[in-house]
Design a protein around this ligand. Structure first.
Ligand code: C2E
Ligand code: CA
Ligand code: CA
Ligand code: CA
Length: 270
């Protein structure tokens, strides 16, 4: 098939056509899953780097489709393209906040797509959910990727200001994986920076990678923003990140993401 407009011509290969119909199928399944509220939330512990105690959890969307589990790396982009991210995002936020209201000692972090922030009712809607569950705003952290810095629409900026004015914390996720600059950290006054797991991978075998991680931790500390390192998979990485001045750690070394029941059983006193 050929679609031309002006001098730009896009040729769909059979491969691409197959991919597109696969997308369509996934999209329809996702609509149904959202309709039936079938998406779940897994919670991964975040620990204090010094004490090793759990201080919070990150909520991660899970979809167990009829055909088996589908990764959020797959279905989040589908939801974004299909205009479903608003609905998906509010289901996840509601579930995370409802659960978090029963874990009064923990900080709850939720991933939010830059597209959700373009909705001017985002902050107001979130406030209503917090009120409904009597959840203190400062116990909620919204994690944003640098997509929000790039898209950088006025409405996204306004939403971030509104969240901060409500007392909700805002973190920059995946720092060090792309283009986010020191300047942007200051401009948006993030409450926390999470370093991308690619900065940690392999530091035990690669002295230069280890130096880059330590330097990045120092840099964010120099701006005065607390740092979380994620993707910690072994004792060496945990100890290295702690000694480099990182405040919080997250990764399979401490725990993989867990169901709410497992999390309570393993990490919270009854
Ligand atoms: P992320 O926000 O960077 O989340 C961390 C990802 O790393 C999670 O993958 C987590 O399971 C994984 N992880 C945790 N510890 C380790 C480790 O030690 N080693 C390695 N290799 N990986 C680790 P997951 O759950 O598959 O999520 C992938 C991405 O999907 C997330 O990356 C986030 O960008 C997105 N996502 C997940 N849930 C949501 C959501 O509710 N809303 C939005 N907008 N995005 C979400
Ligand atoms: Ca995240
Ligand atoms: Ca991340
Ligand atoms: Ca990520």
């Amino acid at each position: 098939a050929k679609h031309g407009s002006g001098d730009t011509t896009v040729v769909f290969s059979p491969d691409l056509e197959a991919q597109l119909s696969e997308q369509g199928k996934l999209e329809r399944q996702l609509i149904e899953a959202l309709d039936r509220r079938e998406l779940k939330v897994a919670f991964q512990p975040v620990v204090d780097a010094c004490s090793g105690d759990i201080c919070g959890v990150e909520a991660l969307a899970r979809w167990n489709s009829q055909a088996g589990p589908i990764s959020p790396e797959v279905f989040i982009p589908v939801a974004e393209r299909a205009g479903l991210i608003g609905m998906l995002g509010s289901q996840i936020l509601e579930e995370a906040i409802a659960q978090g209201s029963r874990w009064s000692e923990l900080q709850i972090a939720v991933n939010v797509s830059p597209l959700q922030l373009r909705n001017r009712y985002f902050a107001g809607g979130l406030k209503a959910t917090l009120d409904e569950f009597a959840f203190e705003p400062h116990r909620l952290t919204i994690e944003l990727t640098e997509g929000v810095l790039i898209s950088n629409t006025d409405q996204a900026k306004r939403s971030i200001s509104e969240l901060k004015a409500l007392g909700i914390k805002v973190a920059l996720d995946d720092f060090g994986s792309g283009f986010a600059s020191i300047g942007s950290l200051r401009q948006f006054s993030f409450d926390r920076v999470k370093l991308d797991k690619s900065l940690v991978a392999n530091i035990e075998h690669d002295a230069q990678a280890a130096e880059v991680l330590a330097a990045t931790i120092n840099l964010v500390n120099a701006i005065g923003i607390p740092v979380t390192v994620e993707g910690i998979e072994n004792r060496y990485q945990a100890e290295f990140a702690r000694q480099a001045g990182c405040h919080q750690l997250q990764g399979y070394w401490f725990s993989k993401p867990l169901s709410k029941e497992e999390l309570a059983k393993r990490f919270l006193s009854p």
